[in-house]
Design a protein around this ligand. Sequence first.
Ligand code: ADP
Ligand code: ZN
Length: 736
Amino acid sequence: MTRPAILRVAVNAPLSRLFDYLPPDGSNIKAAALLPGCRITVPFGHQKHTALIVAHADHSEVPRDRLRPALSSIDEAPVFSESDLWLIRFASNYYQHPVGEVVAAALPAPLRQGKPLHRLISKLRITDDGSAVSTEQLSKRAPKQAGLLAAVQGASSIQFDELDTSLPGWRNVRKALLDKGWVTVEETSEAPSPNEPLPGEAGPALNADQLAAIAAIREHRGFQVSLLDGVTGSGKTEVYLTLMQDVIAAGKQVLILVPEIGLTPQLVSRLASRLGEEPAVLHSALTDSRKMAAWRASRSGAAKVILGTRSAVFVPMKNPGLIIVDEEHDNSLKQQEGFRYSARDLAVARGKHLDVPVILGTATPSLETLQRCKDGAYQHLRLPTRAGAAAPPLLRLVDLNLHPSADGISDTALSAIRKNLQAGGQTLVFLNRRGFAPTLICGGCGRIAECARCDARMTVHASSNELRCHHCGASRRIDDDCKECGGHFRPLGQGTERLEEALKGHFCDHTIARIDSDSVRLKGTMSKALSMATTGETRILIGTQMLSKGHHFPDLTLVVVINADQGLFSTDFRGSEKLAQSLVQVAGRAGREKRQGEVLIQTAYPAHPFWSELFGGGYERVAQSALVERSNTAWPPFSRLALIRASAHKRQDARAFLETAMRLIAPENTGDIRVLGPVSAPMERKAGRYRAQLLLQSIDRQALQRLLQPLRLQLENDRSARKVRWSIDVDPIELF
Ligand code: ADP
Ligand code: ZN
């Protein structure tokens, strides 16, 4: 291998371009250490940066005398393969995001900071001279040296770590032994060792629908996307398990992506016990060293199963054989800040590039995925009934106009909970709003406590006696009396805290637990709360979105949805899709074992057409009618969107930036692209910044991409960009 003339590298900075460097000085650097996919250290401005070599080049546009050499190499061989680099570049191009920041998202933190891929293990090794020394003699003159020498003689080589525990103080005499040439220091890098597979437990005998789905997926060897559309509890995970066994038996690896950390513990233990393989787990709540271990095990091929959240879509795999995206409809698979990417869509792109099958599993497919099935691009596999003995849950609307309610809970719901408790069942009360109450209002003049930095109300948190803004995190003590009229403030509306208090009043003899992001803030509380819910120790669970997905609580037979009405009148074009998804998901928690589940949905608008669709034809009916509406109005999936957001301390700065963007777009737009805006964001002020946006819409995805690519570069260099924070969101899922 000859040394490359120019290294083209990605640096973790908000700039789209790559940077050119000369290879580092020093003849001892092997050519393999300068291959694309290797990290190096480069001078960047006045700082040192870790950078990733993305390509080699023969010449640079930078004049020769201004090219700087890289400072040093970090890796002995590429950490990313050619195909990993392909994915990084694809993601950077498709999502219009600086490649260095994409690399940063794809690397675990220690690697991003330039730490070695493999932990170096230092050992002392005995030399021939050292073996010949009599430690007995030596111990008379230098007992400490003799102690260390004896330890190394006994083992021929011994790790520093071990000596630290067995012979504290050994480091003080190390130099003496080294100087005498009795020992040498040896450094090796830790190599991941494959787990010894254990025999997996047998699963249930699969039903006809499961077998048919498995057969249909097995039929294709290479890339093929299958939507596994199965009602909750229909046995989708069993289908995954069977296909994973195929892949593992063929010596290949499976990557399985889930939307949320909370979903991993149950799945990890199920995978481990059934496959006999401990999965490598990757998510943000793990320590760096555990993440690194999982990342290395995936890259080396030691891990056969890799389970992770969003960013795991980038994890290198030695021998990929299958990619599964569970709960493919879930918004958490899309990163909504910084580098805005969809892990589901990248998983499909990666599967195509690697030529391996991709399975998208869900009970409530996204309209995007459903439409791809209709187009014939994906195969649509259905598991229409619950597996085993479980029957589908019964859904019922509770008309809040007819049934009196206090603290948000109707008498109907209360008596259903009471009956369920008597029958030995567990109840989940679902409300997607944390805190005590969403509003604090003055009883005298109606003034509402607002955030000083956002166009938003403060949420009342009674347990800490605080008002908190859920948008910017600001908090202050609960206002006493109204400054305007002297009236008393009182909380208005329901949050999970208030619900907990009310339910504790009604059912004081039973264990009640609230699970939301406030209650599980402390490390370990989430897994404890989940295990108490799973064993059935907790009889009434109060939860937000966090609890509605994926979990399997065997005793749970009743779900009460406190308030579905926000979703009915949402201004979001995805409103009905999202509402139906969240109701079906939360309903799916009920009656997963022997006893049938019941779901009560409280609404003040029982005549809304959404309900007749949901009750008449389930999620599928809601989705079909939403697709017709989107087709008529040419919204996604019948068109593509890109949203340019800008925020600034002054309203006019955000506007001016977006107007610049419009000016740049106008001459390039051949009429394929609709430009909507600029308009203020629905909540204009957030954390003291004014927010505005420009929406681009096109039925031609390529046209949109062609327009965005140069636009991104022009905007990066435009003066109006200096006063704003801005971003491009390709395929946004929220339009604010
Ligand atoms: P999903 O992933 O669709 O929610 P799971 O695979 O978790 O469904 O299955 C739900 C429950 O039904 C699990 O307890 C599982 O062990 C059981 N199950 C799945 N398939 C079968 C089957 N063919 N026969 C009996 N029980 C099954
Ligand atoms: Zn705020």
